[in-house]
Design a protein around this ligand. Structure first.
Ligand SMILES: NC(=O)c1ccc[n+]([C@@H]2O[C@H](COP(=O)([O-])OP(=O)(O)OC[C@H]3O[C@@H](n4cnc5c(N)ncnc54)[C@H](OP(=O)(O)O)[C@@H]3O)[C@@H](O)[C@H]2O)c1
Length: 217
């Protein structure tokens, strides 16, 4: 089975569709249901107790856990001088805490099943963008977590992929009130980004692409 956080929309939803088409059992974790999931665990990944509840439900499913794809995320465009504590908490809990706590809560199972972990970061995790300090910091943290998993998985069959795409077209930005994708420039198609993610996981288990950086041309 494949676990995908944030499979109710955007990239996670497209990845769920690909796995569904490939005949895999898909488990979605997000606040809303995913049409491509066989099992929907509807919780907020901002809240530690709900992450634990989700992990308990996954442990109760007696099927090998092939991959955990940490895709859920939110954006922030608060400018320097206007950044609030609430916004930092919202971003760091949704984007960073969720990934670390979910992996930690499922650790025993991940090691037992040789589960691969994909942590969706962003190219902002390799640079800076004006007015995106909070989002950028969260994605640098996500890349840091993937680096840590690389050493935690040393000598084990588990692989970790730090997945860093640049902009692709979803409702991601619109949800925070500023649709950057309406700027007239060319954004990647979410279908293509989803395919790149799955293709990296489909490689033989002795091939670990530890970081994927996809720029848009
Ligand atoms: N779009 C881009 O240009 C871009 C570029 C680089 C990286 N990324 C990254 O790619 C990932 C997916 O982005 P996207 O564009 O596909 O965004 P999206 O379409 O807005 O989807 C975000 C997903 O995250 C889930 N989510 C948000 N808050 C949650 C919460 N508190 N608890 C549980 N789930 C939550 C949403 O589900 P619910 O609302 O149902 O909870 C939704 O399924 C994010 O990590 C983002 O940072 C996006």
């Amino acid at each position: 089975m494949i676990i995908i956080t944030g499979a109710s929309d955007g990239l996670g939803k497209q990845v769920a569709k690909l796995y569904k088409e490939a005949g895999k059992k898909v488990v979605n974790i997000s606040r809303h249901e995913s049409e491509y999931a066989d099992v929907n665990i509807c919780v907020s990944l901002q809240i530690g107790k709900e992450i634990k509840e989700a992990a308990d439900k996954i442990r109760a499913i007696d099927e090998p856990l092939e991959a955990l794809i940490n895709c859920a995320g939110v954006w922030s465009n608060q400018k320097m001088g206007e950044i609030t504590e609430e916004e930092i908490d919202r971003l760091l809990s949704t984007n960073v805490k969720s990934q670390i706590l979910l992996v930690s809560n499922l650790w025993e199972r991940i090691i037992k099943d040789g589960t691969d972990v994909v942590n969706v970061a962003s190219t902002i995790g390799l640079k800076g963008i004006v007015s995106e300090a909070v989002y950028g910091a969260s994605k640098w943290a996500v890349r840091g977590f993937s680096q840590n998993l690389l050493v935690e998985f040393k000598g084990k069959p588990n692989r970790v992929i730090s997945f860093c795409p640049s902009g692709f077209k979803t409702k991601f930005f619109e949800k925070t009130g500023d649709d950057k994708t309406a700027d007239g420039s060319v954004w990647m198609k979410v279908e293509d980004v989803a395919l790149a993610l799955k293709q990296a996981l489909d490689l033989p288990k002795n091939m670990e692409v530890s970081e994927i950086v996809i720029a848009r041309k």
